[in-house]
Write a protein that binds this ligand. Structure first.
Ligand code: 5GP
Ligand code: MN
Ligand code: MN
Length: 321
């Protein structure tokens, strides 16, 4: 990491008082963990910190320390600094998108290959395993103490974006950061139980239902699973309860690309893609104005779920031809 960008970010933070922090819609662990760690750290500097809610927070993350500082604000004035984390482009900001124009200065901190560098300062490192790693560097640069609360959030950010430190994006640097976080007294076993071993019965039923729709193609190298509104009704779950389903699809031994199709309504389907070792799924999402990472990406198709499945199936068949 170039020292200059960290210096510039530290200067920008020191010079400003009213600081807003946001991340992307359909938040994941890296999103929530990163905005909380950044928010709690800037509170240590006695800044006026506003951590913005951009969407429903999945129940998995409600245990995180400081979660109550994520709020919706009706009236936003004096936006000295807007720090945007783990967000590849401004459309992903959802309801907070218009704040980009209201902000005196924007810092964009992210690790998506498809990041559009929309900030006044752009700290974008696609080699970082999680935005949490970049937030760690900034807090370190600012000489702020890594409290147990901050460390718990950073651990969550990095763990969730690396499949518990299993993906190829993990480096020796990742483990060095985690070692430092463990020294802050975090209870990693408790965190892991909360994150990965607390699935509700309703959610388990949704997992079962979704797997009944499993379709494979290209010699079982690609697999598609669907979640419809009917399934959510039957199992008394919400769309955010689909978190984690796709990793079970990718776990199938023959599968290189896993796909989860989520029926938003009869004109909109949310697509999630994951790959195991050689297909660039961010590229597959590009024609649909989506993006993400080489091994994890997504997009929205403005068609019903059946039509969307046909479109994606055709592309996947092509990819493996
Ligand atoms: P997920 O499948 O969990 O929704 O997202 C996987 C990855 O792809 C995440 O890093 C997410 O930010 C990115 N992603 C998902 N959907 C979209 C999208 O519609 N547009 C862009 N640019 N990125 C997306
Ligand atoms: Mn994310
Ligand atoms: Mn991330």
């Amino acid at each position: 990491i170039p020292v200059k960008i960290l210096d510039d970010i530290a200067d920008a933070i020191h010079e400003r008082d009213n600081i807003y922090i946001a991340s992307h819609i359909q938040p994941d662990g890296d999103n929530i963990g990163s905005i909380l760690a950044m928010g709690l750290a800037l509170l240590e500097l006695n800044k006026n910190v506003f951590v913005l809610k951009s969407d429903i927070i999945p129940s998995d993350y409600l245990f995180l320390p400081g979660i109550e500082i994520i709020k919706e604000y009706k009236e936003i004035t004096d936006l000295d600094l807007f720090i945007i984390l783990d967000c590849s482009d401004i459309d992903r900001l959802g309801i907070n998108k218009n704040l980009i124009n209201k902000a005196n200065f924007v810092i964009n901190i992210d690790h998506h290959v498809t990041n559009t560098n929309f900030g006044g300062l752009n700290f974008v490192d696609s080699k970082a395993a999680a935005t949490g790693e970049l937030v760690f560097r900034i807090i370190e640069k600012l000489n702020i103490k890594f409290t147990k609360e901050i460390a718990t959030n950073l651990y969550t950010a990095i763990s969730t974006d690396t499949g518990s430190f299993k993906y190829e994006s993990v480096t020796d640097k990742t483990h060095e950061i985690i070692a430092k976080l463990l020294r802050c007294g975090i209870d990693h076993s408790y965190i892991n139980n909360k994150l990965y071993h607390s699935r509700s019965l309703e959610r388990t039923n949704l997992l079962i239902e979704s797997f009944l729709t499993l379709n494979t193609l290209a010699d079982n190298k690609a697999a598609i699973v669907k979640v419809t509104q009917k399934m959510l009704n039957r199992t008394k779950t919400k769309m955010e309860d689909t978190e984690g389903i796709i990793s079970f699809v990718r776990d199938i031994d023959s599968v290189e690309v896993a796909c989860l199709l989520k029926e938003i309504d009869d004109k909109e389907t949310k697509v999630s893609l994951r790959s195991k070792s050689y297909i660039d799924v961010a590229k597959i999402c590009e024609p649909f104005n989506g993006g993400g990472h080489i091994r994890a990406a997504g997009c929205t198709i403005y068609e019903d779920i059946g039509t969307s499945e046909k479109l994606i199936s055709n592309i996947l068949t092509e990819v493996f031809r």
